[in-house]
Design a protein around this ligand. Sequence first.
Ligand code: IDP
Ligand code: MG
Length: 155
Amino acid sequence: MERTFVALKPDAVRRGLIGRIIKRFENRGYKIIGMKMLHPTIEMAKKHYAEHEGKYFYDRLIRYLTSGPIIAMVLQGEDAVHGVRQLMGSTKPGEAEPGTLRADFAQIQEFNIVHGSDSVESAKREIDIYFKPEELCTDWKTITEIVMESEKAAI
Ligand code: IDP
Ligand code: MG
């Protein structure tokens, strides 16, 4: 099982897309083990996007992420890092497959509504920026986990 960090960016919150985006992740059956609304500080945004420091879009990216509250989430599931990015679609909405979140809800890469970690290592680092370990709720089972376990036991 993998964990990944997801953020519904400020434009998703402003546009009233929270429910529609979370629904896509729930549809896949990912387990939500952390979720909160917060207004990222500049320090948090800089840590989050450290890999992009120095790029021409970096300052605007930091202003964008800190422009309003986000929904920060930790999702868990089979191949969750890749699976979440598949549901999100390409960074540029015009190149994202129809049916993905960025294709369906965004037009330009600067305002592409959702973030998902690009590797298990990035996920660990990003989860640590936004969540304390005790904020994660791991002691429950999704219906997907129950069904997957019983399927495995039956074969
Ligand atoms: P990702 O979000 O698909 O992982 P990254 O390359 O990590 O894409 O870029 C992080 C975020 O920075 C993007 O989601 C987007 O909001 C913004 N961004 C990336 N490239 C550009 C660009 O060329 N112009 C403006 N914004 C960009
Ligand atoms: Mg990235």
